[in-house]
Design a protein around this ligand. Sequence first.
Ligand SMILES: Nc1ncnc2c1ncn2[C@@H]1O[C@H](COP(=O)(O)OP(=O)(O)O)[C@@H](O)[C@H]1O
Ligand SMILES: [Mg+2]
Length: 430
Amino acid sequence: MTRPGVMLLDAAGPEAGALATAAAARGHQVHAATTAAAYTGYGPELKGLLAGHIVTDFARPGRALAELAAYSRRWGVGAVLTVNEYLTELAAHLCAELGVPGNDPGRAHAARDKAAMAQAFAAAGVRMPYTVLVRDDAGLRAALADPRVGFPCVIKPIAGAGSAGVTVVSGPDGAAEAADAARTVVGMYAGGGDPRVLVQAYAAGTEYSVESLTQDGATTHLAVTRKQVTDGASRVETRHSLPVRLPPAIEAAVYRQVEAAIRAAGIRHGASHTEVIVGGDGRCAVIEIGARLAAGQIGVLIQHALGIDVWAALLDVALGRPAALAPTARGYATVRFVTSSCAGRLTSLSGLPSVGPGVPFVRWRAAIGGPVHEPDANGHRLGSFVVTGADAAEVEERADALLRQIRIHVEPHPNGPGQVSEASTSAIAP
Ligand SMILES: Nc1ncnc2c1ncn2[C@@H]1O[C@H](COP(=O)(O)OP(=O)(O)O)[C@@H](O)[C@H]1O
Ligand SMILES: [Mg+2]
């Protein structure tokens, strides 16, 4: 029997690699759509898994859609997947074009553009922080004076991801700078020059994400994840842990909001990652939704804590086959991200844990001798590792202990004449 081909939009990164591996292991021919520059970064293992690839320009989605549709028809593609936030809209259009299971192309923009998302959420009655779309300086002043916004507030790009350009602003003084920072963040394949930014009321509370899979419009929530982010103006994710058991009434309220958000974003067949903040009063505000599996190793956490093969499940959903979503384990898993507290050049690293019992995943991204940043976006994280086990408290303790063993030395950028530039800092995310 010839199995349908599988098309991955952007095959770079660990999540896409796991999907490609799962699809190839099941006997599917795996194809990648990629940019010329990204393809040069594909390692030999990934290239060995691929039956073929097509180089396209994702910055020109209309043309990319036509090219990918023609390529997919030629190679018998029966499933289209992406874990790349920036390509979820193109994926929905390609699925519709090919007639394979996918999300509603008419709504897919709402999961990518936060202004469209705010409109779609408002129309669907999804609770989200009060949001103003600002186009210029006068609009910014008006938004800051709006009592429904207040301080602190959050200024963010329309189409960013990974916390880049998102600033929590405590008073009017930092707002213009924050708006400039949001404007300078352009999407991965966008040209820039969009003057619009969002100004949003600050939602106080505890941050979670809900990882869901929707098939034929029916949603299964795989896990609630506790997300820890840095304090202060920039909110970089420093750890995720799952599964979280919320009190039943709160869980039900969160799921109601998440399901409304999923429908509003047109998610019919596929994964979603919905970020929420639960306030002290137990009420839930939806911060954003992504029409894709969560990044930040959350797929690995689900796999190890709950025994759900997320990669196989994503594949089945994309092929329109019943997916196995019931947990087969009752464990717990957490990921820790390593950051540097100062910018400079990374001169040494020691104490990184190795993959072994209870530590199924370790990844280091920063090159020795290369630049590091003070973390103001998830992309500035230097590495990560996952810890799993049966007991939540023990897993968290072990992860903290392993994190404390990691030592990085950063030679700070010289700030002016006379500044000593020797390795002087050893800094780990809390
Ligand atoms: N309205 C808000 N209230 C409180 N915190 C927020 C709000 N909006 C964003 N944040 C914080 O900033 C982080 C990044 O914002 P988000 O809207 O999720 O952007 P991105 O798409 O870059 O992830 C969130 O995870 C959260 O910690
Ligand atoms: Mg987010």
